[in-house]
Design a protein around this ligand. Structure first.
Ligand SMILES: [Zn+2]
Length: 77
């Protein structure tokens, strides 16, 4: 898989609900909130068939996207 297969409608919702969207080529992601105000204990998530997962601590969204692996972008919220 080289292209993001996430539903555009879901992507739009994530951009409204998540403070930051991070991309990963792996189905297994970890999040510690990046330190600072959003920091929290490191937790691991598995990206499911919908192609994304949201962190229960800091609301960051992780999207399966090999082309943008490792990148995070602020949604400006
Ligand atoms: Zn988090």
């Amino acid at each position: 898989m080289t292209e993001s297969s996430i539903d555009p409608a879901i992507m739009q919702r994530l951009k409204q609900s998540a403070p930051e969207i991070c991309y990963s080529q792996s189905h297994t992601v970890s999040c510690d909130g990046g330190g600072g105000a959003l920091g929290h204990p490191r937790v691991y998530y598995t990206i499911g068939t919908q192609g994304f997962v949201e962190c229960g601590y800091c609301d960051r969204a992780f999207v399966l996207d090999a082309a943008r692996d490792g990148r995070c972008e602020s949604t400006g919220e």
